[in-house]
Design a protein around this ligand. Structure first.
Ligand SMILES: NC(=O)c1ccc[n+]([C@@H]2O[C@H](COP(=O)([O-])OP(=O)(O)OC[C@H]3O[C@@H](n4cnc5c(N)ncnc54)[C@H](OP(=O)(O)O)[C@@H]3O)[C@@H](O)[C@H]2O)c1
Length: 301
């Protein structure tokens, strides 16, 4: 592969030769998305040849190469291996001064790319706040998502231009915030799974399957998301806490106590966190909030 001339000042993002190391769920979806938006994805490397070949097959002009050839031949390299492989991979390669090297992990520090920085490359983070499972589906889901960028100029400007080209919004992350950032992201991702599993555990007690629960709840969940999008978290919040309906909450506590103490524990904690939202809306006063807390934590026996 011929050598690139790197990220010199003023170079347009769409003229950059992009490379990917790691042809998994995110790397494949991101490479396909960039290519579909007119960016030049020139080379891909992965641990296994079939993964690289699958990624490259959908991108005219993209070759399958070794990680070292991607590092040497591309202007901007996306390290899209699993998080725990990023630092070792970066340490094992020779990077070219003036190129850009980014990883796409939420929680891994940019310092995992320290070897690339020592070799003179510009390093950063480019983390899409989106779930990547099936790459073709992820390509459709990516526009409208937010990409979190941690980089200094001129790499920052180039990454912002690339995110914009994908029709994504940009969130800037300061150095040192990744632990908090990744913990927060879980609330928009895997904890939704956890909440649906909790609902399914309760539904199972009268014979409803998890599949049926998910099918029944998804339209409501979509409505919830639309309401939050329209009015914000507190103003759009439904449910008995937001109505100050103490009697209903007491019934929930009694029903769940008879079912499973563990399920009741989470229910109590979630309701407790719901009270300040209802107070913020101004629909319950301090006395009602106190009565809800009392109903929640009263011994059901
Ligand atoms: N999936 C998501 O929803 C998501 C969302 C946001 C961010 N991310 C981030 O994106 C990155 C990739 O995640 P993923 O979910 O796409 O992982 P993945 O599906 O497991 O893909 C990782 C790819 O990297 C390849 N690989 C592993 N070790 C390698 C090495 N030493 N050298 C070269 N290639 C190597 C794998 O090998 P093979 O060639 O053997 O397949 C695989 O194709 C992670 O940093 C993750 O945190 C993921």
């Amino acid at each position: 592969m011929e050598q690139s001339d790197g990220l010199h000042e003023g170079r347009a993002a769409e003229t950059l030769g992009l490379g990917f190391i790691g042809a998994g769920r995110l790397g494949t979806a991101l490479a396909w998305s960039f290519a579909a938006r007119g960016c030049r994805v020139r080379a891909v490397a992965s641990r296994s040849a079939p993964a690289s070949a699958r990624l490259a097959a959908r991108i005219p002009g993209c070759g399958v190469a070794s990680p070292q050839d991607v590092a040497a031949g591309c202007d901007l390299i996306f390290v899209t291996t699993p998080d725990d492989a990023i630092a070792d991979l970066a340490e094992g390669l020779r990077w070219r001064a003036g190129t850009g090297v980014v990883h796409c992990s939420a929680v891994t520090e940019v310092a995992a790319l320290a070897k690339a920085a020592r070799d003179g490359a510009l390093t950063g983070g480019f983390h899409p706040l989106q779930t990547f499972a099936d790459p073709a589906r992820a390509v459709r889901a990516l526009p409208g998502s937010t990409i979190t960028i941690e980089a200094e100029e001129p790499l920052n400007g180039i990454l912002v231009a690339l995110a914009t080209r994908l029709d994504c919004a940009v969130n800037r992350l300061p150095s040192g915030a990744r632990g908090r950032y990744h913990a927060a992201a879980g609330y928009g991702s895997q904890f939704v799974h956890v909440l649906l599993r909790e609902a399914a555990k309760i539904s199972r007690s009268w014979g409803m399957s998890e599949d049926d629960t998910v099918r029944a709840f998804l339209p409501m969940l979509r409505g919830t998301l639309a309401a939050i999008e329209g009015a914000g978290i507190a103003p759009s919040m439904p449910g008995p806490v937001s109505r100050g309906d103490v009697a209903s909450i007491a019934k929930h506590v009694a029903a769940l106590a008879a079912l499973d103490g563990d399920i009741l524990d989470l229910y109590r904690q979630l309701c407790r966190r719901t009270i300040p939202l209802a107070e913020e809306r101004g629909v319950i006063d301090a006395a009602t909030a106190a009565r809800i807390r009392e109903a929640l934590f009263r011994s059901p026996g």
